[in-house]
Design a protein around this ligand. Sequence first.
Ligand code: NAG
Ligand code: NAG
Ligand code: ZN
Length: 381
Amino acid sequence: MSAKFTVLTMVIVLARRQSTVLLGLALLLLTTLTAAQPLQRTELDEDQVQTLYSAYPPLPALDPHYSAGSSPPALLSPILIPRIPGSTNSTAVQNHIVNHFTRLGEGWTLIKDHFTAPVPEYGGLSGSLNFTNLIFKLAPPDSDDDISAKYLTLVAHYDSKVAPHGFIGATDSAVPCAILMYLAEAVTAASRRRWKNDPFSARDELGLQIIFMDGEEAMVKWSTKDSLYGARHLAERWESETRAYPHGRFSEIQNIDLFVLLDLLGADSPTVPCFFGLTAWACRQLAAAEALVRKIGIAKSKVKTNFVNPTNLMTNAFIDDDHMPFLRKGTPVLHVIPVPFPVTWHTLEDNAKNLDLDVIHDWSIFVTTWVAGYLGLGEFV
Ligand SMILES: *[C@@H]1O[C@H](CO)[C@@H](O)[C@H](O)[C@H]1NC(C)=O
Ligand SMILES: *[C@@H]1O[C@H](CO)[C@@H](O)[C@H](O)[C@H]1NC(C)=O
Ligand SMILES: [Zn+2]
Protein backbone atom coordinates (compact mmCIF):
# COMPACT_ATOMS: atom_id res chain seq x y z
CA MET A 1 0.00 0.00 0.00
CA SER A 2 2.59 2.53 1.03
CA ALA A 3 4.89 1.51 -1.81
CA LYS A 4 2.10 2.06 -4.31
CA PHE A 5 1.34 5.46 -2.84
CA THR A 6 4.96 6.58 -3.16
CA VAL A 7 5.08 5.65 -6.84
CA LEU A 8 1.86 7.55 -7.50
CA THR A 9 3.12 10.69 -5.75
CA MET A 10 6.41 10.54 -7.61
CA VAL A 11 4.74 10.17 -10.97
CA ILE A 12 2.42 13.10 -10.39
CA VAL A 13 5.25 15.39 -9.29
CA LEU A 14 7.26 14.31 -12.29
CA ALA A 15 4.35 14.82 -14.70
CA ARG A 16 3.55 18.31 -13.46
CA ARG A 17 7.07 19.48 -14.21
CA GLN A 18 7.28 17.97 -17.65
CA SER A 19 5.22 17.85 -20.81
CA THR A 20 1.99 15.94 -21.38
CA VAL A 21 3.98 13.35 -23.35
CA LEU A 22 5.75 12.54 -20.14
CA LEU A 23 2.42 12.39 -18.35
CA GLY A 24 1.28 9.76 -20.83
CA LEU A 25 4.46 7.77 -20.30
CA ALA A 26 4.16 8.13 -16.58
CA LEU A 27 0.57 6.88 -16.61
CA LEU A 28 1.66 3.91 -18.68
CA LEU A 29 4.38 3.19 -16.16
CA LEU A 30 1.91 3.55 -13.31
CA THR A 31 -0.54 1.17 -14.99
CA THR A 32 2.25 -1.40 -15.43
CA LEU A 33 3.37 -1.06 -11.84
CA THR A 34 -0.19 -1.32 -10.55
CA ALA A 35 -0.77 -4.42 -12.65
CA ALA A 36 2.33 -6.00 -11.12
CA GLN A 37 1.02 -5.54 -7.59
CA PRO A 38 -0.08 -8.74 -5.86
CA LEU A 39 -3.75 -9.48 -6.16
CA GLN A 40 -4.96 -8.57 -2.72
CA ARG A 41 -8.28 -7.46 -1.37
CA THR A 42 -9.99 -8.14 -4.64
CA GLU A 43 -13.40 -9.65 -4.96
CA LEU A 44 -14.06 -13.04 -6.48
CA ASP A 45 -16.22 -12.94 -9.60
CA GLU A 46 -19.34 -15.04 -10.09
CA ASP A 47 -17.59 -17.88 -11.94
CA GLN A 48 -14.88 -18.09 -9.29
CA VAL A 49 -17.46 -18.33 -6.51
CA GLN A 50 -19.30 -21.09 -8.42
CA THR A 51 -16.06 -22.99 -9.01
CA LEU A 52 -14.99 -22.72 -5.37
CA TYR A 53 -18.24 -24.13 -3.96
CA SER A 54 -18.57 -26.87 -6.57
CA ALA A 55 -15.14 -28.04 -5.43
CA TYR A 56 -15.80 -27.40 -1.72
CA PRO A 57 -19.46 -27.72 -0.76
CA PRO A 58 -19.79 -26.92 2.97
CA LEU A 59 -22.25 -29.78 3.46
CA PRO A 60 -22.37 -32.44 4.73
CA ALA A 61 -19.20 -31.72 6.78
CA LEU A 62 -20.86 -28.79 8.59
CA ASP A 63 -24.13 -30.61 9.26
CA PRO A 64 -24.43 -30.98 13.06
CA HIS A 65 -26.03 -34.43 12.61
CA TYR A 66 -23.44 -35.78 10.19
CA SER A 67 -21.66 -38.50 12.08
CA ALA A 68 -18.04 -38.39 13.05
CA GLY A 69 -16.00 -41.02 11.23
CA SER A 70 -17.79 -40.50 7.89
CA SER A 71 -16.12 -39.55 4.66
CA PRO A 72 -15.65 -36.67 3.94
CA PRO A 73 -14.82 -36.16 7.63
CA ALA A 74 -17.36 -34.37 9.83
CA LEU A 75 -16.16 -30.96 10.95
CA LEU A 76 -18.91 -29.78 13.28
CA SER A 77 -20.39 -32.78 15.09
CA PRO A 78 -17.16 -33.81 16.91
CA ILE A 79 -17.09 -30.33 18.52
CA LEU A 80 -20.64 -30.63 19.87
CA ILE A 81 -19.63 -32.00 23.27
CA PRO A 82 -18.93 -30.24 26.59
CA ARG A 83 -15.32 -29.02 26.27
CA ILE A 84 -14.27 -27.28 29.46
CA PRO A 85 -10.63 -26.07 29.48
CA GLY A 86 -8.20 -28.69 30.71
CA SER A 87 -10.70 -31.59 30.35
CA THR A 88 -10.17 -34.74 28.30
CA ASN A 89 -13.07 -33.62 26.08
CA SER A 90 -11.16 -30.41 25.42
CA THR A 91 -8.16 -32.49 24.37
CA ALA A 92 -10.40 -34.55 22.08
CA VAL A 93 -11.66 -31.39 20.37
CA GLN A 94 -8.11 -30.07 20.05
CA ASN A 95 -7.09 -33.34 18.40
CA HIS A 96 -10.04 -33.11 16.03
CA ILE A 97 -8.92 -29.63 14.95
CA VAL A 98 -5.22 -30.52 14.71
CA ASN A 99 -5.99 -33.68 12.68
CA HIS A 100 -7.97 -31.64 10.20
CA PHE A 101 -5.07 -29.27 9.55
CA THR A 102 -2.64 -32.19 9.39
CA ARG A 103 -4.86 -33.65 6.65
CA LEU A 104 -4.71 -30.35 4.76
CA GLY A 105 -0.96 -30.90 4.65
CA GLU A 106 1.85 -28.78 3.35
CA GLY A 107 1.70 -25.06 4.00
CA TRP A 108 0.04 -25.19 7.43
CA THR A 109 2.06 -24.88 10.60
CA LEU A 110 0.77 -25.14 14.16
CA ILE A 111 1.77 -23.07 17.16
CA LYS A 112 0.41 -24.48 20.42
CA ASP A 113 0.08 -21.75 23.00
CA HIS A 114 -0.13 -23.83 26.17
CA PHE A 115 -0.28 -22.12 29.57
CA THR A 116 -1.56 -22.41 33.10
CA ALA A 117 -3.69 -19.71 34.72
CA PRO A 118 -5.32 -19.29 38.12
CA VAL A 119 -9.08 -19.85 38.09
CA PRO A 120 -11.74 -19.30 40.79
CA GLU A 121 -13.12 -22.32 42.59
CA TYR A 122 -15.77 -24.20 40.61
CA GLY A 123 -17.38 -27.62 40.97
CA GLY A 124 -15.15 -28.40 43.94
CA LEU A 125 -12.04 -27.65 41.93
CA SER A 126 -9.79 -24.72 42.57
CA GLY A 127 -6.34 -23.47 41.84
CA SER A 128 -5.14 -23.33 38.29
CA LEU A 129 -6.06 -24.84 34.99
CA ASN A 130 -4.27 -25.68 31.75
CA PHE A 131 -5.37 -23.79 28.66
CA THR A 132 -4.31 -24.27 25.04
CA ASN A 133 -4.76 -21.84 22.15
CA LEU A 134 -4.22 -23.40 18.74
CA ILE A 135 -2.77 -21.15 16.05
CA PHE A 136 -2.48 -22.34 12.46
CA LYS A 137 -0.52 -20.35 9.88
CA LEU A 138 -0.68 -20.82 6.14
CA ALA A 139 2.57 -19.92 4.42
CA PRO A 140 4.56 -21.16 1.42
CA PRO A 141 6.49 -24.34 2.36
CA ASP A 142 9.89 -22.69 1.82
CA SER A 143 8.89 -19.27 3.10
CA ASP A 144 11.55 -17.18 4.72
CA ASP A 145 10.43 -16.50 8.26
CA ASP A 146 12.66 -13.44 8.41
CA ILE A 147 10.46 -11.52 6.02
CA SER A 148 7.77 -9.85 8.04
CA ALA A 149 4.28 -10.77 6.97
CA LYS A 150 0.93 -9.36 7.88
CA TYR A 151 -1.61 -11.99 8.80
CA LEU A 152 -5.29 -11.88 8.16
CA THR A 153 -6.26 -13.45 11.48
CA LEU A 154 -9.50 -15.41 11.85
CA VAL A 155 -10.57 -16.30 15.38
CA ALA A 156 -13.19 -18.35 17.25
CA HIS A 157 -13.19 -19.89 20.73
CA TYR A 158 -13.50 -23.66 21.13
CA ASP A 159 -14.04 -23.96 24.91
CA SER A 160 -17.50 -24.31 26.41
CA LYS A 161 -19.06 -23.09 29.66
CA VAL A 162 -18.87 -25.11 32.87
CA ALA A 163 -22.52 -24.36 33.71
CA PRO A 164 -25.24 -25.30 33.02
CA HIS A 165 -23.99 -28.90 33.27
CA GLY A 166 -23.91 -30.50 29.82
CA PHE A 167 -23.73 -27.14 27.99
CA ILE A 168 -22.55 -27.68 24.43
CA GLY A 169 -22.36 -24.15 23.00
CA ALA A 170 -23.40 -25.02 19.46
CA THR A 171 -23.37 -21.40 18.30
CA ASP A 172 -20.98 -20.50 21.14
CA SER A 173 -18.67 -21.24 19.33
CA ALA A 174 -18.69 -24.74 17.86
CA VAL A 175 -20.18 -23.52 14.58
CA PRO A 176 -17.69 -20.65 14.12
CA CYS A 177 -14.82 -23.12 14.78
CA ALA A 178 -16.18 -25.58 12.22
CA ILE A 179 -16.64 -22.75 9.70
CA LEU A 180 -12.98 -21.79 10.12
CA MET A 181 -11.93 -25.42 9.61
CA TYR A 182 -14.01 -25.53 6.44
CA LEU A 183 -12.58 -22.20 5.24
CA ALA A 184 -9.03 -23.46 5.76
CA GLU A 185 -9.76 -26.44 3.55
CA ALA A 186 -11.42 -24.31 0.87
CA VAL A 187 -8.44 -21.93 0.51
CA THR A 188 -5.50 -24.36 0.82
CA ALA A 189 -5.32 -25.69 -2.75
CA ALA A 190 -5.88 -22.26 -4.29
CA SER A 191 -3.12 -20.79 -2.10
CA ARG A 192 -0.73 -23.51 -3.27
CA ARG A 193 -1.64 -22.85 -6.92
CA ARG A 194 -1.05 -19.16 -6.39
CA TRP A 195 2.40 -19.71 -4.89
CA LYS A 196 3.27 -22.03 -7.78
CA ASN A 197 1.97 -19.91 -10.66
CA ASP A 198 2.97 -16.54 -9.31
CA PRO A 199 6.55 -16.68 -8.00
CA PHE A 200 6.17 -13.30 -6.28
CA SER A 201 3.17 -14.44 -4.25
CA ALA A 202 5.36 -16.90 -2.35
CA ARG A 203 7.04 -13.84 -0.86
CA ASP A 204 3.77 -12.12 -0.34
CA GLU A 205 3.46 -9.84 2.63
CA LEU A 206 -0.01 -11.11 3.46
CA GLY A 207 -0.59 -14.48 5.10
CA LEU A 208 -3.47 -16.23 6.81
CA GLN A 209 -3.63 -17.40 10.40
CA ILE A 210 -6.49 -19.08 12.18
CA ILE A 211 -6.75 -19.07 15.97
CA PHE A 212 -8.87 -21.48 18.02
CA MET A 213 -8.98 -19.72 21.36
CA ASP A 214 -9.37 -21.51 24.70
CA GLY A 215 -10.93 -20.17 27.91
CA GLU A 216 -13.19 -17.48 26.49
CA GLU A 217 -15.98 -18.32 28.91
CA ALA A 218 -15.93 -17.44 32.59
CA MET A 219 -15.46 -20.45 34.87
CA VAL A 220 -17.83 -18.99 37.49
CA LYS A 221 -18.91 -15.41 36.85
CA TRP A 222 -17.77 -13.06 34.09
CA SER A 223 -15.15 -10.56 35.28
CA THR A 224 -11.90 -9.17 33.94
CA LYS A 225 -10.04 -11.99 35.70
CA ASP A 226 -12.57 -14.74 35.06
CA SER A 227 -13.00 -14.66 31.26
CA LEU A 228 -10.97 -14.42 28.04
CA TYR A 229 -8.14 -16.53 29.49
CA GLY A 230 -6.77 -17.52 26.09
CA ALA A 231 -7.10 -14.12 24.42
CA ARG A 232 -5.57 -12.24 27.36
CA HIS A 233 -2.62 -14.61 27.43
CA LEU A 234 -2.01 -14.54 23.69
CA ALA A 235 -2.29 -10.75 23.39
CA GLU A 236 0.29 -10.33 26.19
CA ARG A 237 2.57 -12.92 24.68
CA TRP A 238 2.38 -11.49 21.18
CA GLU A 239 2.99 -7.99 22.41
CA SER A 240 6.20 -8.99 24.17
CA GLU A 241 7.51 -11.30 21.44
CA THR A 242 9.32 -9.06 19.00
CA ARG A 243 11.54 -9.90 16.06
CA ALA A 244 14.03 -8.01 13.97
CA TYR A 245 12.99 -7.73 10.34
CA PRO A 246 14.72 -5.87 7.51
CA HIS A 247 12.40 -2.90 8.08
CA GLY A 248 12.63 -2.81 11.85
CA ARG A 249 11.57 -4.64 14.98
CA PHE A 250 7.97 -5.78 15.16
CA SER A 251 5.91 -7.69 17.67
CA GLU A 252 3.69 -10.56 16.61
CA ILE A 253 0.68 -8.48 17.53
CA GLN A 254 1.75 -5.82 15.03
CA ASN A 255 1.77 -8.52 12.37
CA ILE A 256 -2.01 -8.90 12.61
CA ASP A 257 -3.45 -7.26 9.50
CA LEU A 258 -7.02 -7.62 10.71
CA PHE A 259 -8.46 -9.61 13.64
CA VAL A 260 -11.73 -11.18 12.54
CA LEU A 261 -13.67 -12.72 15.42
CA LEU A 262 -16.62 -15.00 14.64
CA ASP A 263 -18.99 -15.72 17.52
CA LEU A 264 -22.56 -16.97 18.12
CA LEU A 265 -23.18 -17.93 14.49
CA GLY A 266 -25.41 -20.76 13.35
CA ALA A 267 -28.88 -19.69 14.47
CA ASP A 268 -31.26 -17.55 12.52
CA SER A 269 -30.28 -14.05 13.66
CA PRO A 270 -29.93 -11.59 10.84
CA THR A 271 -28.54 -8.43 12.44
CA VAL A 272 -24.76 -7.95 12.73
CA PRO A 273 -23.45 -4.56 13.87
CA CYS A 274 -20.31 -3.11 12.30
CA PHE A 275 -18.82 -2.09 15.63
CA PHE A 276 -15.70 -0.21 14.62
CA GLY A 277 -15.49 2.69 12.18
CA LEU A 278 -11.87 1.81 11.50
CA THR A 279 -12.91 -1.51 9.97
CA ALA A 280 -16.15 -0.45 8.31
CA TRP A 281 -14.43 -1.26 5.02
CA ALA A 282 -14.17 -4.92 6.08
CA CYS A 283 -17.85 -4.98 7.00
CA ARG A 284 -18.68 -3.60 3.58
CA GLN A 285 -16.54 -6.25 1.89
CA LEU A 286 -18.20 -9.05 3.85
CA ALA A 287 -21.63 -7.63 2.97
CA ALA A 288 -20.57 -7.45 -0.68
CA ALA A 289 -19.44 -11.10 -0.57
CA GLU A 290 -22.86 -12.06 0.81
CA ALA A 291 -24.61 -10.01 -1.88
CA LEU A 292 -22.60 -11.76 -4.59
CA VAL A 293 -23.36 -15.24 -3.20
CA ARG A 294 -27.06 -14.37 -3.02
CA LYS A 295 -27.04 -12.96 -6.55
CA ILE A 296 -25.60 -16.21 -7.92
CA GLY A 297 -28.37 -18.08 -6.12
CA ILE A 298 -26.26 -20.44 -3.99
CA ALA A 299 -27.32 -19.03 -0.62
CA LYS A 300 -29.85 -21.24 1.15
CA SER A 301 -31.18 -18.89 3.83
CA LYS A 302 -33.88 -16.42 2.95
CA VAL A 303 -33.04 -13.39 5.06
CA LYS A 304 -30.11 -11.21 4.09
CA THR A 305 -27.76 -10.21 6.94
CA ASN A 306 -28.44 -6.72 8.13
CA PHE A 307 -25.01 -5.18 8.77
CA VAL A 308 -25.86 -2.12 10.85
CA ASN A 309 -24.15 0.79 12.48
CA PRO A 310 -24.25 -0.09 16.21
CA THR A 311 -25.49 3.36 17.13
CA ASN A 312 -28.66 2.47 15.23
CA LEU A 313 -29.38 -0.38 17.64
CA MET A 314 -31.79 0.30 20.48
CA THR A 315 -29.45 -1.49 22.87
CA ASN A 316 -26.12 -0.96 24.49
CA ALA A 317 -24.00 -2.79 21.97
CA PHE A 318 -20.72 -2.99 23.86
CA ILE A 319 -19.63 -6.63 23.80
CA ASP A 320 -16.73 -8.03 25.76
CA ASP A 321 -15.19 -10.90 23.80
CA ASP A 322 -11.88 -12.37 22.64
CA HIS A 323 -11.14 -9.28 20.55
CA MET A 324 -10.88 -6.93 23.55
CA PRO A 325 -7.32 -7.74 24.74
CA PHE A 326 -6.16 -7.18 21.16
CA LEU A 327 -8.29 -4.11 20.51
CA ARG A 328 -6.83 -2.48 23.64
CA LYS A 329 -3.38 -2.96 22.16
CA GLY A 330 -4.38 -1.25 18.92
CA THR A 331 -5.24 -4.22 16.69
CA PRO A 332 -7.88 -3.53 14.02
CA VAL A 333 -10.89 -5.76 14.68
CA LEU A 334 -13.92 -7.02 12.80
CA HIS A 335 -16.32 -8.62 15.29
CA VAL A 336 -18.89 -10.76 13.50
CA ILE A 337 -21.55 -11.49 16.10
CA PRO A 338 -25.32 -11.14 15.89
CA VAL A 339 -27.12 -8.66 18.12
CA PRO A 340 -29.41 -9.59 19.73
CA PHE A 341 -27.66 -12.87 20.59
CA PRO A 342 -29.41 -16.13 19.63
CA VAL A 343 -32.33 -16.82 22.02
CA THR A 344 -30.60 -20.04 23.11
CA TRP A 345 -27.52 -18.14 24.33
CA HIS A 346 -25.86 -19.70 27.42
CA THR A 347 -28.62 -22.29 27.87
CA LEU A 348 -28.78 -26.04 27.25
CA GLU A 349 -30.88 -25.14 24.23
CA ASP A 350 -27.77 -23.90 22.41
CA ASN A 351 -27.50 -27.36 20.88
CA ALA A 352 -27.49 -29.17 17.52
CA LYS A 353 -31.29 -29.25 17.35
CA ASN A 354 -31.57 -25.47 17.39
CA LEU A 355 -28.98 -24.77 14.72
CA ASP A 356 -30.14 -23.60 11.32
CA LEU A 357 -28.40 -25.65 8.64
CA ASP A 358 -29.06 -23.05 5.92
CA VAL A 359 -27.53 -20.30 8.04
CA ILE A 360 -24.43 -22.41 8.78
CA HIS A 361 -24.06 -23.20 5.07
CA ASP A 362 -24.37 -19.54 4.14
CA TRP A 363 -22.04 -18.06 6.75
CA SER A 364 -19.34 -20.52 5.70
CA ILE A 365 -19.67 -19.37 2.09
CA PHE A 366 -19.97 -15.65 2.85
CA VAL A 367 -16.85 -15.61 5.00
CA THR A 368 -14.84 -17.89 2.70
CA THR A 369 -15.74 -15.84 -0.38
CA TRP A 370 -14.58 -12.68 1.32
CA VAL A 371 -11.36 -14.24 2.66
CA ALA A 372 -10.47 -15.85 -0.69
CA GLY A 373 -10.77 -12.40 -2.28
CA TYR A 374 -8.76 -10.79 0.52
CA LEU A 375 -5.95 -13.29 -0.11
CA GLY A 376 -6.01 -12.69 -3.87
CA LEU A 377 -7.04 -16.26 -4.69
CA GLY A 378 -9.66 -15.41 -7.33
CA GLU A 379 -7.91 -16.73 -10.42
CA PHE A 380 -6.50 -19.75 -8.57
CA VAL A 381 -9.69 -21.30 -7.15
C1 NAG B 1 -17.39 -35.47 27.29
O1 NAG B 1 -18.13 -35.68 26.12
C2 NAG B 1 -19.08 -36.70 26.20
C3 NAG B 1 -19.71 -36.83 24.82
O2 NAG B 1 -18.76 -37.30 23.91
C4 NAG B 1 -20.09 -36.40 27.25
O3 NAG B 1 -21.03 -37.46 27.35
C5 NAG B 1 -19.40 -36.18 28.58
O4 NAG B 1 -20.31 -35.76 29.54
C6 NAG B 1 -18.32 -35.13 28.43
N1 NAG B 1 -17.55 -35.03 29.65
C7 NAG B 1 -17.55 -33.95 30.42
C8 NAG B 1 -16.71 -34.02 31.65
O5 NAG B 1 -18.19 -32.96 30.16
C1 NAG C 1 -0.84 -29.07 32.74
O1 NAG C 1 0.17 -29.12 31.76
C2 NAG C 1 1.40 -29.62 32.24
C3 NAG C 1 2.41 -29.61 31.11
O2 NAG C 1 2.23 -28.60 30.23
C4 NAG C 1 1.24 -31.03 32.74
O3 NAG C 1 2.46 -31.49 33.27
C5 NAG C 1 0.17 -31.05 33.81
O4 NAG C 1 -0.06 -32.39 34.19
C6 NAG C 1 -1.12 -30.45 33.32
N1 NAG C 1 -2.05 -30.38 34.40
C7 NAG C 1 -3.28 -30.85 34.30
C8 NAG C 1 -4.14 -30.67 35.53
O5 NAG C 1 -3.72 -31.40 33.32
ZN1 ZN D 1 -20.49 -17.85 25.61
